[in-house]
Design a protein around this ligand. Structure first.
Ligand SMILES: Nc1ncnc2c1ncn2[C@@H]1O[C@H](COP(=O)(O)OP(=O)(O)OP(=O)(O)O)[C@@H](O)[C@H]1O
Ligand SMILES: [Mg+2]
Length: 281
């Protein structure tokens, strides 16, 4: 779906001084995958995300979307249609006065015929569980609901891949949960490739693959189990690990013979329970 080859990117200021923010990134993201990108503030996550739909073009190297290089200006609208983006602040993404107009906005701009537009808007709203709010005013919705409307706008464009840049950062726990469940469903039921930038390790633990950026370089790439089992390394990069992983790591450090790299509460509780029973016997 997406491929980065030796991607380097430099932000230049008015004096022409440069600052290298992406440093030789090589990355291949398969269709249908569900990937988290982690990294401390300023590590280059959003800059990388903007390369995935040609908002930014690399200074060196290339980014390919379905084998089309993002610097091919004739293909720009195809690229933007294939890869949609959802950002942190739901209020900045609402453009219309009703939910359905908001979801239809991008389609109107594309000149999609009226009947098809209605069908796509309805389908997209159903996919995010917001159909019953079709005629509601967006500013009256909760943060999580607004974010789901923003997601519906991208689904209506029939994007194959959606890049989420901290989609839950401004939400309360309930909103965070409903948005994460929606995102998970897009991937598992609709086959949409999902890339999610997040500071919540519990969200990253739900993905198939975790990529860690530090100072513009990829420093870790693997399954959540693989990446989070390196607790000390992850912590040294300014990141946290899921609570369960932290607990298991502390137990191990204190000489408890428990398997590392655990991510799920149930798995951890069962392992501790088994250890306690062993001790009793
Ligand atoms: N438009 C810009 N012009 C100049 N420098 C920028 C610009 N946008 C970002 N930067 C700088 O590039 C670096 C990487 O920024 P980026 O937004 O990609 O980081 P991030 O990993 O998304 O951080 P955060 O977790 O805070 O969102 C930072 O040092 C930032 O200050
Ligand atoms: Mg960012």
């Amino acid at each position: 779906m997406l491929r980065c080859e030796n991607v380097t990117f430099v932000y230049k200021n008015e004096e022409g001084e440069g600052r290298k923010v992406l440093d030789n990134i090589n990355l291949n993201i398969e269709k249908g995958s569900f990937v988290a990108i982690l990294g401390r503030n300023g590590s280059g996550k959003s800059t990388l995300a903007k390369h995935f739909n040609a908002v930014l073009i690399p200074d060196e190297g290339k980014v390919y979307v379905n084998e089309t290089p993002t610097d091919d200006e004739k293909k720009l609208s195809d690229i933007r249609k294939s890869v949609g983006m959802v950002f942190q602040n739901p209020d900045n993404q609402i453009v219309a006065t009703t939910v359905c107009e908001d979801v239809a906005f991008g389609l109107e701009n594309l000149g999609v015929p009226f009947d098809e537009m209605h069908k796509r808007v309805d389908d997209a709203l159903r996919a995010v569980g917001m159909y019953e709010y079709k005629n509601a005013q967006p500013h009256l919705l909760s943060g999580g609901q607004k974010q789901r409307v923003a997601i519906a706008g991208v689904i209506a464009m029939e994007s194959e891949c959606i890049v989420f840049d901290e989609p839950t950062a401004m939400l309360d726990p309930k909103g965070r949960k409903e948005v994460m469940e929606t995102i998970k469903k897009l991937n598992s039921e609709m086959g949409i490739t999902v890339i999610i930038i997040t500071h919540f390790m519990e969200e990253a633990a739900k993905c198939d693959r975790v990529i860690v950026l530090d100072k513009g370089k990829i420093v870790n790439d693997g399954t959540p189990e693989e990446v989070f089992s390196k607790v000390d390394e992850i912590t040294s990069r300014g990141l946290d690990v899921p609570q369960v992983t932290r607990l298991v790591n502390l137990l191990k450090k204190n000489g408890v013979g428990i398997k590392g790299g655990m991510l799920r509460t149930k798995e951890c509780a069962d392992a501790i329970d088994a250890l306690l029973r062993e001790r009793q016997n």
